[in-house]
Structures are given as structure tokens and as C-alpha cells.
Write a protein of this length. Structure first.
Length: 654
């Protein structure tokens, strides 16, 4: 057994090192032989930016804003570098870059830490009755306040019900009552009698609700505006879409009412009075650094080729980017790239953002060595735009450290990729995801097809913490052809699921049983929606639920994987999403040469449900099943996991 595990662990040593805190970015090269324009928090936009610090006589020095630095670079007509000195920069509007900025480099001055905040700092606090404080805050027209941060920690919008102290993902929810027959479940929720909240009016309220494409499923979540409340019928009417539904037991909570501002750490923005009200966990908020989030996108790069961003920190931004109503999973991004071929985004830090990096229709992009923490939705999105369907071929996502993603919008991933041929996702550490660690392939069809990709040497820990249907690595196969994606040499541990029953009780952790439907689904490696023609080889899957699942696809090869300590079958094969689909090139899925280690010998190694295709759908060859390893071989303990699987903690700045 030890001989089977050690080669895989050794192969993953490089991924473990790559998943540790990224090394501080070396930005000195970006300054050599180029026109340099310096920025500093104490700069002035009427200075030239040629000097890194103000001159003693105050006649010149660094500029203060990215907009002024960009314009100065354009005016000089030479390859330029924008070099940011350390300190805090409050960004109130996106800074746009276009074809005129091709070849530009935006970097930190070597050894310094520039921090870009997505909104204004708050001050002039005034104590109000009842333990509430207020500060002036006018975000401007058509701009909402979408976050408050106390010393860099996200605070809680006033909500009902309150979050208890030490809350887990199972806490702080209401559960929808059985709907009436006439209700429209894409925009109506029925409230249980004991859950009717007291509020003056529904204006300004929103509901955070878990749902899915099918009523009652718990595949994702969204924030929907409350349009009206009928207390007699107990019906909450919301905005909605045609592809997100709720049902009996859907869990939700309300936020945005002044009446809900009753717990420490909660805040509410009074738009009419242009003041933010806050109930601090301590006493005087003026003793702390508080900032509001009004901006989701810091850098909007469209049409600029060969642009580089290195060594910056982006933090405390609006939570937009991966919802469904009024936005979509292809929106926003702290750095947003469109038609920006050969961009290099490396060695940056992102914390408390909506989406960290968003890439569409941009080829040969490199995203490397970034540290991403606490994203509302996706950590990294790479793909296309609906309607134009341009490609993002040749992207490489390598050596990034991504943790705690999908904190607001659950249907998300550490890395979400579509519309990319020849992509490589290698050596990343992804820890703590609401649904998927990596999701790649096609969500729509030929429009966003992905081929010839490589997902190799990544470490994925604790994924699918918030949904009923997810996993660590997912291949999406709506394109319905042979994708030829290789998933090799990855280490996956701690994949789970979270699903409640209609009565509001939750299924136990790490539970999956095909006899329970609807019930939780948790597949460490998940081939879905007819994903076909892929190779799943040499992966180490420890302490998950199901190891590898195939849903509807053909001609996949599953070989040489080690699956240990799962709580369900090692392999689960279902033809559900491909029941009427048998392309000319179809060949059976093959599962052979794998090793399964379990202390549950009564659990079938493979569960196959293929009523439409029968034995033609899968061939299961020779695999090794080992049981009772712990009791039988006490002298051979399980080899230790790479150190990066310990609690990731926080990376040092820069």
C-alpha cells in the first residue's frame, strides 16, 4: 500500500510547493529600460510621475492616481511601466485600459506593498441611540454600498434571521414552506408562519436563497430583490430569472431592512440620508480602519495586448460577479480582461472581492503566483461572452493559491473555465470552495467548447461545502464531443456536500446513497453533462465521498488512480444526462488499474446506473480493492500528506 501511495505523493511535491504562499513578486525587471511613471498615496496628479518621491521643493513627484499615470504613459509614446509605491489607494471608479496601452506594465515598486481598496474610507463617526454608530457615505448615482470592512474583515449586512456566534454553513437560515399550486417558483417563495419578519416595507430588501435549475434542488444561490410581501398568503415575491428555481425547504435569509440592524457587526446603508449605520462588535469604530465597498472592478483591460500586472493587492470590493439576477457568472472581476491577448497577471493578492480575475476572449494569457482569498463567487473565471463567443485558447493558470471562494454565490469555483482549447491548470492550491475547486469544459455547447486541456498537479481541499451537487474537479460536457482533457496527478481531500431536506433538517456530512433522491451528490472528480473522451489518471483521492463519477459521457479512461477512505462508492457511473445520446464515435468508459482502499467492504466499489445503454456504457477491468489496511499493517502508517494540506492561513503581503 505504501508503495502505491508514495510515488504519487512525491509527484505532488512540486504542486505542494507551488500551492504554498506565492513568492514576493520580482518587479525590478519591469522597470529596466522603460519609461517609468511612479504613483504614490502622497502624490499629485499635476506632477509628472518621473520621481518616486516628492522633490524637496514640492515642484514635482509621483502622481496620485492610476488614471493620471495611464494618461502620462500614453502621452510619452514609449513602452512604459506604472510603478506603484507602497500604501493605500482608494479606487472609486474602474480604470480603463485599451489598445493604446498595449505593452504597458503595472507593477509594485520592488519591496513595497501597494494596496488598492474598492471604495472609500469611513470617518466622522457619530454615536446614535441604541448602540448604533453612523458615518457619512454617499456612493454616488447608480452606485450601491455592497460591503463594509472592519480592519480588513467583512462585516454583516443587517439580516433576518441573525447569524449565531460561531455559525457554520448550516446556521442562520429560514426554510421555505410548501408552495401553493399557483405559485411561480422562479420568483416566489412561501414563508413559514413562524418566520414572517417584522418590517416597515419591502423596499430595499433582498433575499439570499439557495436553489437550482429544478425546483427544490440546491445547486447554487443568488441574491434576489424583494418586490412585495403578502403576509396573508405568506408569499415573498422577488425578481427572478428563467433558470433559477426554489421549492419547499429552499433555505434563505433576508437582508437590507433597518429593522434587521440588531446584532453586533451588522450594518445598513440609509441611501436617503447618505449615511451608513453600524452596530460595532466593540465600542468606538473610530479606533479601527473601516471602509465601504462600492466598486467591483478596479482595472478594466479591453483590447490591450501584452499587458502585465504584478505585485499589487486588491481588496475590500463589491460582491458582484457570479450571481444570476442582474449579473451572471461571466461578470465583473477585480481585474477584468477582454480581448487582451498575452496578458500576464502574476504575483498579486486579492482578498474580499467579488471575482478576483475575469478573462474573456483573450488568448495565451498567463495567470500565475496570485494569492486569492475570500471571493464572493469565482476566484478566477476564464471564458467567453454570450453572443460574441470569442475564444480564450492557450490560457495557463499555474501556481496560484486560492481559498475560501463562493462565500456569497455558491455555484462557483476556484477556477472556472470555458471556451478554451489547449489550456493548462497546474500546480495550484485550492482550499475551501462552496461548490467546485476547478470547473472546466463547456456549459452551453459548441459556443464554449474546450479541448486538449491539462489539469495536473493541483491540490484541492475541502470543496463543495455549500451545495448539494458538486466536487473538487468538474469537467462540463455540453459541447457533446471528445474533449481530450487530461486530469492527472492531482491530490483531492475533504470533498463533501451540504443539503437540507424539505423540513429544514440536514443530511449528515459525507453522505451519499443512490437510493436517496433527491439527495446529496459529492464526487471528487466529476464528469458531467456528457463529458467525453477524457483521461483521468494518477490522481490521489483521500477522504472524500465518491471518488470519480461519470454522468452521461462516453469514451473516458479512468486509470491508475488511488482512492482511499471514501464514504461512498469509489466510482459512480450514470447515463442520466446522456440517455438519448449515442454518437457514432461512442465507446465504453473504461475503469481499470485503479487502487481502492476502504474500511467499508460492504460498500460497492462501483455503482453503475445505465438503463439506456447497459453494458455498452462502461467496462470495468482489473482494479485493486484493499480493505482493513489500518488494522492489518500497523507498522506501515499512511504516508504524510504534503504540508500545504495543513490550514493554509494567510500569506504575507506582496
Amino acid at each position: 500500500m505504501r508503495a502505491a501511495l508514495l510515488p504519487l505523493l512525491c509527484a505532488l511535491c512540486g504542486a505542494a510547493a507551488a500551492g504554498d504562499c506565492p513568492a514576493p513578486a520580482d518587479t525590478a525587471e519591469a522597470l529596466r529600460g522603460r519609461e517609468v511613471i511612479y504613483l504614490a498615496p502622497d502624490g499629485r496628479d499635476d506632477w509628472s510621475g518621473r520621481f518616486a518621491a516628492p522633490l524637496p521643493d514640492g515642484s514635482d513627484g509621483p502622481v496620485a492616481s492610476l488614471t493620471a499615470a495611464r494618461d502620462a504613459a500614453r502621452a510619452r509614446g514609449r513602452p512604459a511601466t506604472l510603478a506603484l509605491r507602497g500604501g493605500d489607494y482608494r479606487i472609486l471608479d474602474p480604470v480603463a485600459f485599451d489598445a493604446r496601452d498595449s505593452g504597458l506594465r503595472i507593477v509594485a515598486v520592488p519591496g513595497e506593498r501597494p494596496v488598492l481598496h474598492g471604495g472609500p474610507a469611513l470617518g466622522d463617526w457619530q454615536e446614535e441611540p441604541g448602540g448604533v454608530w453612523s458615518a457619512p457615505l454617499d456612493p454616488g448615482p447608480d452606485r450601491a454600498v455592497l460591503g463594509l470592512f472592519l480592519d480588513g474583515k467583512r462585516q454583516i449586512p443587517a439580516r433576518f434571521p441573525n447569524l449565531p456566534a460561531g455559525a457554520t454553513p448550516r446556521d442562520g437560515w429560514l426554510f421555505a414552506d410548501r408552495p401553493l399550486p399557483e405559485m411561480e417558483l422562479n420568483h416566489q417563495i412561501r414563508i413559514r408562519p413562524a418566520d414572517l419578519p417584522a418590517f416597515a416595507r419591502p423596499e430595499g430588501l433582498s433575499v439570499h436563497v439557495v436553489g437550482g435549475l429544478v425546483p427544490g434542488m440546491q445547486w447554487g444561490s443568488d441574491i434576489l430583490p424583494v418586490l412585495s410581501v403578502d403576509p396573508r398568503a405568506r408569499i415573498l415575491d422577488t425578481g427572478g430569472t428563467g433558470y433559477f428555481f426554489t421549492g419547499e425547504g429552499s433555505r434563505y435569509f433576508l437582508e437590507g431592512g433597518r429593522e434587521f440592524l440588531d446584532a453586533p457587526g451588522e450594518w445598513w446603508h440609509d441611501a436617503a440620508a447618505a449615511r451608513l449605520l453600524y452596530r460595532p462588535p466593540g465600542t468606538d469604530p473610530a479606533r479601527h480602519r473601516l471602509g465601504a465597498a462600492t466598486l467591483a472592478t478596479f482595472l478594466e483591460i479591453s483590447g490591450a495586448q501584452d499587458l502585465q500586472v504584478t505585485g499589487l493587492e486588491f481588496r475590500d470590493a463589491a460582491i458582484l460577479g457570479t450571481g444570476k439576477f442582474g449579473t451572471d457568472m461571466r461578470g465583473h472581476g477585480a481585474i477584468r480582461l477582454a480581448r487582451a491577448d498575452r496578458a500576464r497577471i502574476s504575483g498579486n493578492r486579492f482578498e474580499n472581492v467579488g471575482v478576483a480575475i475575469h478573462v474573456t476572449e483573450s488568448r495565451d494569457v498567463l495567470l500565475s503566483g496570485n494569492d486569492i482569498a475570500h471571493a464572493a463567487g469565482n476566484g478566477i473565471y476564464v471564458g467567453t461572452s454570450w453572443g460574441s463567443f470569442g475564444r480564450s485558447d492557450g490560457v495557463r493558470i499555474a501556481g496560484n493559491r486560492i481559498r475560501d471562494v463562493g462565500e456569497v454565490f455558491f455555484e462557483s469555483a476556484g477556477v472556472w473555465l470555458q471556451a478554451s482549447d489547449g489550456f493548462r491548470i497546474e500546480g495550484n492550491l485550492i482550499a475551501g470552495a462552496a461548490q467546485f475547486g476547478i470547473s472546466a469544459g463547456s456549459l452551453w455547447g459548441a459556443e464554449d467548447a474546450s479541448h486538449d486541456g491539462l489539469i495536473r498537479g493541483n491540490i484541492l481541499r475541502d470543496t463543495n461545502r455549500q451545495t448539494a451537487d458538486g466536487g473538487a474537479i468538474k469537467l462540463m460536457g455540453a459541447q457533446m464531443d471528445r474533449q481530450r482533457i487530461a486530469v492527472e496527478g492531482n491530490l483531492v481531500t475533504g470533498t463533501d456536500a451540504l443539503m437540507n431536506r424539505p423540513d429544514g433538517s440536514f443530511w449528515p456530512p459525507r453522505h451519499e446513497d443512490p437510493a436517496d433522491w433527491p439527495g446529496p451528490i459529492s464526487w471528487a472528480i466529476y464528469l458531467d453533462e456528457r463529458a467525453s473522451g477524457n483521461r483521468i489518471a494518477g490522481n490521489l483521492l483521500i477522504g472524500n465521498v465518491t471518488g470519480i463519477g461519470i454522468n452521461g459521457g462516453w469514451a473516458n479512461e479512468v486509470r491508475g488512480n488511488v482512492i482511499r477512505d471514501g464514504t461512498a462508492s469509489a466510482f459512480r457511473i450514470d447515463d442520466a444526462t446522456g440517455r438519448a445520446w449515442h454518437p457514432d464515435w461512442a465507446a465504453p468508459n473504461r475503469i481499470e488499474g485503479n487502487t481502492v482502499v476502504t474500511d467499508r467492504p460492504e460498500t460497492p466499489m462501483a455503482h453503475v446506473h445505465a438503463p439506456a445503454h447497459g453494458a455498452a456504457f462502461v467496462q470495468i477491468g482489473a482494479n485493486r480493492l484493499l480493505t482493513g489496511i489500518g488494522a492489518a499493517t500497523p507498522a506501515e502508517p499512511t504516508p504524510p500528506l504534503p504540508p500545504s494540506l495543513a490550514d493554509p492561513g494567510d500569506c504575507p503581503p506582496g
